[in-house]
Design a protein around this ligand. Sequence first.
Ligand code: GLY
Length: 354
Amino acid sequence: MDEIRLSVSGATSVITFKASPEDLTGKLQGKNVIVVTDENIFPLYRDLLQNIPVVVIPAGEQEKNLDRAKYLYQELLKHQADRSTWLVGFGGGVITDLTGFVSSTFMRGMNLMFVPTTLLAMVDAAIGGKNGVNLGEYKNMIGTFRQPEQVFVAPDFLQTLPPEELVSGLAEVIKYGLIHDPVILDMLNGKGVETLFSENALLEKLIIRSIRSKVEVVEQDESDHGLRRILNFGHTFGHAVERTHHLSHGEAVSIGMCVAMEWSVLKRMLEPEILKLACKMLDRFGLIPVISPDPDTIIGVMGKDKKIRDGKWVYILLEGPGDPVIRNIDPGEYLAFLHELRNNGFYERIHGKS
Ligand code: GLY
């Protein structure tokens, strides 16, 4: 098993990589643990979790709320948990966000381990210590920064992941390629969806490069006031269309990244060829469904994103692969740009239609 360490002031996360699911038993041995997972994952790993206290919650983003957090606090009390207890979030991003939040607030902090079972959680949600719950329509509005002491990454968990979720997670991997580690783009050059399911070694390498990218960024800016904001590339627009068009997270972020690259091209920062190649890659992995988002609706939803609620619209642009730029943008200008995209067939073009 390999290890990657993420160190920020006062905290270290040990990310154990290339583990097999069976190694988890050894990791949990000798610890007082409570596992939180969801009703989709628990039946798949019931044997692995036998003789361990497990709290199973319904699956889905709607569970990421304060009521569910309160339920988990009560379960922790029932199990006589204290600050030395390990809370283990076993699942995808909803589970890691929720358990991360609960672990950091129950008795002002208890031990935390993540066992991510989705590609998205392995390369993003479980790494870097951001957690949170939604407050009505406001995504991740309540949360803390709290690095998990341990993250247990076993790529074999992906074998039980629905294919569309694996593909969705790949958008974040490609994001790291665009904003930090262009070698990722080289590794995916000419590859398609079947690669993800047939080339385990490639997938493992992509996961490890993605984790390293995130670790390098978070170590420089844990609290998201500077460099870390580059991880939001494609996400502000993406979160908006994810809600309005019910897209997968990966599809929404992929279109968001193409929109951000188009804006970068218009600002004469990015070569049009890079935009073309990147969107083609995303499309090859089936991550670009055709949509025709209404600009006013999108701007309304984007205005509710906590990252731009303080009046400043921070947006991530690209000067080239591995070369992101953080800019404040003018919402009026951006609205006109979105109208232009809709009128000039941009959304069809990135899908390879014209
Ligand atoms: N998912 C973005 C971040 O952790 O900053």
